[in-house]
Design a protein around this ligand. Structure first.
Ligand SMILES: NC(=O)C1=CN([C@@H]2O[C@H](COP(=O)(O)OP(=O)(O)OC[C@H]3O[C@@H](n4cnc5c(N)ncnc54)[C@H](O)[C@@H]3O)[C@@H](O)[C@H]2O)C=CC1
Ligand SMILES: O=C(CO)COP(=O)(O)O
Length: 360
């Protein structure tokens, strides 16, 4: 589902209204950060931001609020565990969080006074949170979305890239892309996130960054299917190439303002590669191809509370294709959709290859 769709589900509250990114021309005296989300990626970026606000001194309030969807883990509230042990034992176990990252269970309290909102949670949970954030946010807040869902018309910066969270959390070198409309705001966001091992490039194409960041989750399902069927890397590379082609075509078809070259950035080809080899979508799709064919069960049994994004995304994407009557131009996306919905066998992804994938 796209962020635009999410926003309209939330009662026509686009993120641009929640956080008036373009409106901000004067920097706040002191930036106060709230990370909305505390899963695998949310906790990882809170860690990076906490380290950076500590280092950057006067420009940023050193404490970083992280909104946590409260749950009980081993008989104790997750927020209490995070605030005392400085570890998110459920979603990022074994990684120390800086003590200036404060877990807050109340969303209004977490967002209150924040001048920078960092959205890092599975997209399905966003709609019901937006009205609360709208009320609590600082009037001059800016926002950056790390949610791998598409946005159109949502006037916020986006940050996506080849960033499997566990690898980022252990400090492996990687890159990410910030897609922006306001360069000043993007530079502020870059300052907040950048580290020697986490390098960011700014691209004036938020739509392209988000489309590629989102669609690669779908192509990774295809990669998982061929893994589950026992094919090798040649077959997977073919699926990835065709997938990249359809990602570009999707952008051209629905968002003509998108810049094609964005696919060469970390949010494009690099994220496609890492997700097709190391991501959760690939992992669950591999098992799906072998059976049982039940996404909810696979998510629950394989991801320890983390969420799968690709399946709900392809449902939404396929509806867009149907509505525009262009399904025939996206044979791979169509096949992945039908396999996900159990309307055809995973084997079809390779069986159809000689006739189906047109390379025009
Ligand atoms: N994990 C990764 O390697 C990366 C993830 N992303 C993207 O970042 C976004 C967030 O992903 P993760 O942090 O990995 O999340 P996750 O998959 O770890 O999701 C679990 C999160 O959802 C929360 N949650 C569960 N039920 C909820 C409810 N009813 N209401 C609100 N929240 C609830 C949990 O508390 C937890 O924080 C996604 O769009 C994902 O595609 C982007 C880059 C890397
Ligand atoms: O987005 C990711 C890496 O950049 C992680 O992808 P998965 O959600 O498939 O794990």
């Amino acid at each position: 589902m796209s962020l635009l769709q999410v926003c309209s589900h939330a009662g026509h509250l686009p993120l641009s209204q929640v956080a008036a990114v373009q409106g901000r021309v004067v920097l706040a005296d002191v930036e106060r950060v709230c990370v909305v989300g505390s899963g695998n990626w949310g906790s990882t970026v809170a860690r990076i931001i906490g380290q950076n606000t500590e280092r950057l001194g006067d420009r940023f309030d050193r404490s970083v609020k992280m909104w946590v969807y409260e749950e009980i883990v081993d008989g104790q509230k997750l927020t209490e565990i995070i605030n005392t042990r400085h570890e998110n034992v459920k979603y990022l176990p074994g990684v120390e969080l800086p003590s200036n990252v404060i877990a807050v269970p109340d969303l209004a309290q977490a967002a209150s006074g924040a001048t920078i909102l960092v959205f890092a949670l599975p997209h399905q949970f966003l709609p019901k949170l937006l009205p609360t954030i709208q009320q609590a946010r600082s009037s001059n807040a800016i926002a950056v979305s790390l949610i791998k869902g598409m946005a159109t018309g949502c006037d916020i910066s986006v940050l996506m890239g080849a960033n499997v969270a566990d690898e980022v959390a252990r400090g492996d070198f990687c890159e990410a892309t910030i897609g922006y409309r306001s360069k000043g705001n993007a530079e502020l966001i870059k300052t907040l996130f950048e580290q020697p091992t986490f390098q960011l490039r700014l691209i004036p194409d938020p739509v392209g960054v988000e489309i590629f960041g989102t669609l690669k989750n779908v192509i990774a399902l295809g990669a998982g299917f061929v893994d589950g069927l026992g094919y090798g890397t040649n077959t997977k590379a073919a699926i990835m190439r065709i997938g990249m082609h359809e990602m570009l075509r999707f952008g051209e078809t629905f968002f003509p303002e998108m810049m094609k070259d964005t696919i060469l950035e970390s949010c494009g080809v690099a994220d496609l590669i890492t997700t097709c080899f190391g991501g959760r979508n690939r992992k669950c799709a591999e098992q799906f191809a072998r059976g049982p064919r039940d996404w909810k069960q696979l998510e629950a049994s394989m991801l320890g509370g983390q969420k799968l994004q690709g399946v709900s995304t392809i449902e939404h994407v396929h509806k867009m294709l149907r509505d525009k009557q262009v399904v025939g131009r996206f044979p791979l996306l169509d096949l992945i959709y039908r396999i996900c919905m159990c309307a055809c066998e995973p084997e079809e992804i390779v069986r159809s290859a000689s006739t189906c994938y047109v390379a025009d």
